[in-house]
Design a protein around this ligand. Sequence first.
Ligand SMILES: Nc1ncnc2c1ncn2[C@@H]1O[C@H](COP(=O)(O)OP(=O)(O)OP(=O)(O)O)[C@@H](O)[C@H]1O
Ligand SMILES: [Mg+2]
Length: 478
Amino acid sequence: MNSILIIDDDDQLRNSFVKLLTEEGYNVDQAASGEAGVNIVKNKAPDIVILDMRLPGMNGFETFRAIHEVEPRLPVIIMTAFGTTDTAIEATKLGAFDYILKPFDIPAMLSLIKQALSASRFMRSPVDMDTIPDKASRDAIIGRSAVMQEVYKAIGRVSPTDATVLIRGESGTGKELVVRAIYQHSLRADKPFLVINCVAIPETLLESELFGYEKGAFTGAAHRRVGKIEQADGGTILLDEIGDMPLNLQAKMLRLLQEKSIERVGGRENIATDVRIIAATNRDLEAAISEGRFREDLYYRLKVVTIELPPLRERENDIPILTDYFLYKYSEEKGIKNPGISDKAKALLSGYSWPGNIRELENTIQKALIFNRGAPLSPDDIAQVINEKIHTSDLKKENVDDALRQWIRKELTKKNNAEDLFDSCMDDMANAVISEALNICDGNRSKAAKLLGLSRPTLHSKIEKYNIRMETLVKEDN
Ligand SMILES: Nc1ncnc2c1ncn2[C@@H]1O[C@H](COP(=O)(O)OP(=O)(O)OP(=O)(O)O)[C@@H](O)[C@H]1O
Ligand SMILES: [Mg+2]
């Protein structure tokens, strides 16, 4: 369970915090002074710390420094009120995870806590390579295929250098795991590591997140803010989804890579920085360049060392050991005996094309285990999950498009494809459209025909042709 240490001398605030976080499922320790807090850090090794700036005795800033000395990678969230923001900013410059102004709203704090916990895990929980870990709570990069051997070699080669690394691969192929392995084997393994997700942060905020800003740089900039790059000084930054970075920021990134310096938004000062950049993307950067969405000069700077992660369908031999690994991991997590998997179910997994790659395989095993009652996973257990993924999802257009494309991809990359692939896909589409229309119309064929703009006989013949059988059809109209 994730553990959080709260250091605050305000009993009331601390107690309500402890209550809230315990209810959220965290393991919480508390200290009313900096001295007591540092002791807990030494003895109990919490995953993150929430620290108030105004403390009696050892003040917040000194407490931060002491904690940082014990464990420089421990994410510390600083709580600050007006009057102590300057020291909070100083602490961020020295590597505090972030600061939040009091009074803060709870969702914002909970989201910051989640980010800090994930950063903590990223830096401090080791990633094993090519061995199934002894504890299921540890993460590992599993795979023995020749392409994965190349990936391990590349990780070994680039880790102990300061080279910029570009990691490419479809979604779910393990890019983040590889970044973690590189960081953990790097010369900067005891220095901070920060992730910036270029898609998740709105374009307008991304620049100030990365580069920080000066007071008065724009409306609402009441204080100076230290950006992530400055905060990670001496350490490493992952620019996740870099293919989606807006062009104006690409120019600033290029400058950072070339000149190793930045300017805060609204600032003139040139700030020297020493960060190692690792970038990841699932985009086709070459296409983005030719469409004018990605700078070619930045691309060349980034791709000095490139690690290409293969899609799972290109390393089918790894599917069985990945399956065994996830079975082991999630049975242990659920506290059940590993039920194993039947040979037929394994064959089904090997024959599927995994458009969502390892993440999809992992989710499939995890879900299949939910309803399992101890018998080895059967083809039905697996098929149920895979089909459900394809057929259901939120009815937002993007999701439906995604699911549809996923399904199409699956069909197109399936082994032993039919010769009339186009027609057979279209038949499946027609089947889905008609079934859904009938569903909506409660099985009433006249209504469904009207809805679809078909004559009733035409609809009838299509129902025959596509062999549509539904319970609702029994009701029939008339
Ligand atoms: N080789 C592997 N062995 C074991 N687990 C893996 C492997 N590759 C990926 N995973 C698991 O699959 C999931 C997705 O991996 P990860 O987040 O690293 O993918 P990604 O390439 O960064 O995807 P995205 O582009 O969507 O961000 C994670 O839970 C990760 O632990
Ligand atoms: Mg990722």
